[in-house]
Design a protein around this ligand. Structure first.
Ligand SMILES: [Zn+2]
Ligand SMILES: [Zn+2]
Length: 197
């Protein structure tokens, strides 16, 4: 049987105390190391969580940015379609005005056609306002120009005196000849109504 070494025989009571103290310091150090690694683990977890949160936030920020852009685009689109509607309305109103003007123009053209036979056949612009003794008529300006060339009718060649040229008065068909003749000077009245009427 091998003899066992009993340390107690070599250690005094004081030595025993140092041994205990060393053991407790080692325990405390081990405990600290455990706690430190636990804290380190928690810190790593927190960092991971924080990064995930930051990614979420960034994602949310981008989403909001996109939504703002979409909202702005929608507003612009709304404004543009409002403007387009306004343009369409203006266009419609202009088209109506145009139609209205065209129909008024047509009425005016027909009115002018009605009095076409009253236009001077020499200049085709002015109305007949003078009559020669032969009965042929023209505007005074044309007759005055004609008189410079000779005192005979441009149509039938019958000669006339300047003093024989009579004034013609255009009258509305509803106006009575009596009313016009009260003037005394009036000699002839051409009705505004066309010959067929
Ligand atoms: Zn004329
Ligand atoms: Zn004549």
């Amino acid at each position: 049987m091998q003899p066992t070494l009993n340390l107690d025989h070599f250690l005094t009571d004081d030595d025993c105390d140092i041994g205990d103290e060393y053991a407790s310091v080692v325990d405390a150090a081990l405990d600290m190391r455990r706690k430190f690694s636990s804290v380190l683990r928690q810190a790593r977890q927190l960092k991971t969580t924080l990064q995930a949160k930051q990614a979420d936030l960034e994602h949310e920020r981008q989403r909001l940015e996109l939504r703002t852009i979409a909202e702005t685009s929608r507003n612009k689109l709304r404004q543009q379609s409002r403007r387009l509607r306004q343009c369409k309305d203006d266009n419609r109103s202009l088209r109506l005005q145009n139609q209205e003007l065209a129909s008024r123009l047509e009425v005016a053209r027909k009115e002018l056609e009605k009095v076409d036979h009253l236009r001077c056949t020499l200049c085709t612009v002015a109305f007949k306002d003078a009559m020669l003794p032969c009965g042929h008529t023209a505007c005074r300006v044309c007759l005055d120009l004609w008189i410079g060339q000779g005192n005979d009718c441009p149509w039938c060649r019958r000669s006339f005196e300047v003093g024989d040229i009579r004034d013609l008065y255009l009258a509305d068909p509803s106006a009575t000849a009596d009313a016009l003749e009260e003037d005394g000077d009036v000699t002839d009245v051409i009705s505004l109504a066309s010959d067929s009427e």
